[in-house]
Every structure is written in C-alpha cells, then in structure tokens.
Write a protein that binds this ligand. Structure first.
Ligand code: G4P
Ligand code: NA
Ligand code: NA
Length: 189
C-alpha cells in the first residue's frame, strides 16, 4: 500500500534498530480516512474467504479491525487484556509476553463471541515477535473457529513473528513490510 508507505516515511520515527514509533498513525492518533482505506484493502484481500467475524487484541488493533469489519459487513470482536485474570469458565485465555512493554499479560475472549460456527479474520496493527498474535491464534483454535487468515498493517519482517505464523500454514497479509530500521532509516521490503 504505497499511500501507507508515504505516510510512514513522513510520520513515523525510528526509535532504535528494532522499534518504529507509529503513534501518529496507529498507536496514539488515527487518521479515519487512511484507516478506512486499510480496512477496505484487507476486505479486498480476504473477500473470497467467507469471513464471519473480524478479531483483534485491544487496544491499537481496534481501529483498523473495525474498518475491516465494516468493509466486510461482519462483527468485530476484540480480545481483552488483563493484568491478572480471575478464572472464568466462559472465557478462553492465553498468557502472552509483550515485546515493547516487557511485561506479561493475559488476553481473553468470551466463549459467547467465538464458536465453531465462525471463520475469523485476525487483524492487527504491528507484528514483531508475534507473541500476542500466537496467543490469540491459540484462543481461536481452542474455540473451534476457523482462522481465515491474519491481516497486519506493519510487518517488521526482520523479526520472526509473521514468518513463524506463515510456517504454521496460516495466510498472513501485510499492508507494508519493514525490512530494516538500521541506521535510523526505514527500509521497506
Ligand atoms: P506481536 O508481534 O504479536 O504484536 O507481539 P510482540 O510481543 O512482538 O509485540 C507486543 C506489542 O509490541 C504489540 O503491542 C505490538 O504492536 C508492539 N510492537 C512491537 N514492535 C513494535 C514497534 O516497532 N513499534 C510499535 N509502535 N509497537 C511495536 P500491544 O502490546 O498489543 O499493545 P497495543 O498497542 O495494542 O496497546
Ligand atoms: Na501495539
Ligand atoms: Na496490537
């Protein structure tokens, strides 16, 4: 998505060789028009998949997941994050480490909103090591739902997350792939 590459070059900043600050586009401020374009692009790429629901993890995945759900005319479910989780028999939970925050959180989806009748499209903002993504994929598998694929706005392809998920046989579609952040320069694939 060329328009997204341009916006990233203009509005993102390189924190270090691993981390790209995307507050202006994804993690603090969102551009509704650009976000709707992202949603339409994911909807186009997964149009043949008979998606019944879009799913993401709170919080930064929600705007683009919403835009995708609107374009596909299906509901959006967002997994909740909790510091400590009270055991709940009606919920599916996974413990995941967070790359940027250096903490462990539990992600949770109520069984009410994910079942074996669903074919879900998982949308997220950024993929790095993929820990959060793998956690949600496990929840989807345990629910009995089908996973139509994974749509990512910014794939950092120099980190292993997206690759290892593709190796599981899951379709991963990224709007942009960042190959390197070395020397403070954003290099796309
Ligand atoms: P993930 O690849 O499945 O997201 O898991 P990982 O453990 O690698 O990343 C955990 C968190 O760190 C995610 O946010 C992810 O978006 C964020 N992250 C990873 N690399 C970068 C980066 O280069 N820039 C920015 N801005 N964020 C990065 P999260 O914990 O899900 O938080 P939230 O943003 O959704 O609230
Ligand atoms: Na994030
Ligand atoms: Na996210």
């Amino acid at each position: 998505m060329d328009i997204l590459k341009e916006r990233i070059l203009r509005e993102a900043s390189v924190i270090n060789s691993d981390v790209l600050k995307l507050d202006a586009l994804l993690n603090h401020q969102v551009d509704p028009v650009l976000t709707m374009e992202m949603g339409k692009e994911f909807a186009r790429r997964f149009a043949e998949q008979s998606v019944t629901k879009v799913i993401t993890v709170e919080s930064s995945g929600i705007p683009v997941a919403f835009a995708t759900a609107l374009a596909l005319d299906v509901p959006l479910v967002f997994a909740r994050r909790k510091k400590t989780l009270i055991a709940d028999p009606d919920a599916l939970t996974e413990r995941v480490p967070s790359f940027t925050k250096g903490i462990v959180t539990d992600i949770m989806v109520s069984k009410q909103f994910l079942s074996s009748d669903d074919n879900v499209l998982f949308i997220d903002d950024i993929i790095a090591n993929g820990d959060a993504a793998r956690g949600l994929i496990k929840i989807i598998e345990r629910s009995g739902a089908q996973l139509a694929g994974l749509g990512i706005v910014v794939e950092k392809s120099f980190q292993a997350g997206a690759r290892t998920i593709r190796e599981q046989g899951i379709v991963v579609e990224s709007l942009v792939k960042v190959a390197s952040l070395e020397d403070g320069i954003i290099r796309f694939e």
